[in-house]
Design a protein around this ligand. Sequence first.
Ligand SMILES: Cc1cc2nc3c(=O)[nH]c(=O)nc-3n(C[C@H](O)[C@H](O)[C@H](O)COP(=O)(O)OP(=O)(O)OC[C@H]3O[C@@H](n4cnc5c(N)ncnc54)[C@H](O)[C@@H]3O)c2cc1C
Ligand code: FES
Length: 495
Amino acid sequence: MVSVWSATAEISQYEPLRTDRRADVVVVGAGWIGLTTALLLAQDGADVVVLEAGRIATRTSGNTTGKVTSQHSTIYADLLDRHGHDKAGLYAEANQAAIDQVAALVQTHGIDCELTRAPAFVYSNESESEIKREAEAALSLRLPAQQTDGREIGLPAVAALRFDNQLYLHPVKFLAGVATALTAAGGQIFEQTRVTDVDTEDDGVLVSTQGGPKVRARHAVIATLLPIGLIGGYFAKTRPQQSHGIAVRLPVEAPAGMAISIDSPVRSTRPWPGGGPNGLIVVGGGHETGSEEDTAAIYQSLTDWVSSTWNHPCQAEYRWSAHDYSTADQLPYVGRTPGSDAIMIATGMHKWGLSNGMVAAGIFRELVAGRPDPWGGLYDARRIGDVKAVAKLLKDNAKVGKEFAAGHLSRALHGGLDHLEVGQGGLFEIDGEKVGAYRDPDGQLHAVKPTCTHLGCPLNWNNADTSWDCNCHGSRFSYDGSVLYGPATKPLDRS
Ligand SMILES: Cc1cc2nc3c(=O)[nH]c(=O)nc-3n(C[C@H](O)[C@H](O)[C@H](O)COP(=O)(O)OP(=O)(O)OC[C@H]3O[C@@H](n4cnc5c(N)ncnc54)[C@H](O)[C@@H]3O)c2cc1C
Ligand code: FES
């Protein structure tokens, strides 16, 4: 399944890494965070090498909603309660600044990415009180916020909070432009180069890749959504949350602003310029990665919501999904890892990694230059944080692992693999062993061992995305066993 963004953008192809290299900074992962970080560093004159397991901008950043906004649903009231006025204020300021930084990159490098200034709304059609609470928080933090009655959104709403002068864009066109600007500034990108290990060495790092070549550098920035393997133990301090997106054409002009509801089920919308004046992007259906087998039903529920909201039968022209990680204290982890000054990471963006990711890129730029974190350690990757919240998250993680060890969510299908129909997949029990199987549209059978290569959790079949998903820490594998998303770095065994 390909997102509307990947289907409508051209990205240059980059060669795999074939020989050992040295660099000032090696960036692992070429999504939003890796590419913007690499560009800022290269602009400062650093010698930067980017290593990407697949193609650039094709994982979560190529499947995002594309809103660059400081309005992160109703986060500010919670941040004020949990972290106090100073930290909530820094979060607001950092994410507002990120909007201008993204716009500045687009302008400086002439990136054609449908960048549009628009208001962002968070709204409810059920209750005014939570919106009012968030409005008070946002205003106290001097965000460009205004409470409204919701009538201007173009969606059923009784109350809304409007943030002015926010952005939406075509994320893959933006990243393709960032990659071009990066190589023009002397940076090097290597695709189809999966990193398997990152070790500290002397006063730097040694990065090993699956194909054999290694990169030595003074710093490594691990921008792989969740740090790969066991780096920093972040897999145990975060939870993977998946959402699904569709692009549709409405019978009328689409609402001009960006909007996100707080009612259940949550729906996030924004214009789809490629679909003409009636084009709309809808994202929702959130769940923990690997916890839903019938994802086809989730896409259907998004389409049904559009049809009922506009009272007209609609068809999804594109469908896609992706996941991101949440943290216990609602703040991302960005900066140096507990074990090493030379290895830095960014994760836990809570599905707001376009603005938070731009903040991360700015932090890496300062740390690499030996300057202090511009946001005073707000996202400190070494923090212990709210001990109770982290302890609960660790417990949740352990529970997920145990539940999965006890048995797959997916029911094992009966009958032989011969009966598997084209387009069908699932778990089979053969001679007491679980086998994951899928028959592709050409009739070819793909059979894998459905055990995650990260830490051994059993995998769950995802029928619409035709992938094997891990609920423990979010690794996802294609039906043929290749890694789609880490932290796993090794493919599944083929049966
Ligand atoms: C459905 C959805 C909608 C969202 N919408 C928004 C939005 O509107 N606004 C917003 O601010 N945020 C949004 N987010 C969040 C945002 O998209 C993410 O936080 C952000 O894209 C994360 O960027 P990244 O660079 O960390 O990850 P990615 O884009 O996933 O990049 C990581 C890269 O690392 C590579 N990689 C992984 N392992 C290895 C390895 N071993 N070796 C080499 N490379 C490797 C991957 O192939 C990938 O290219 C959304 C998230 C989801 C799930
Ligand atoms: S992602 Fe950790 S065990 Fe699967």
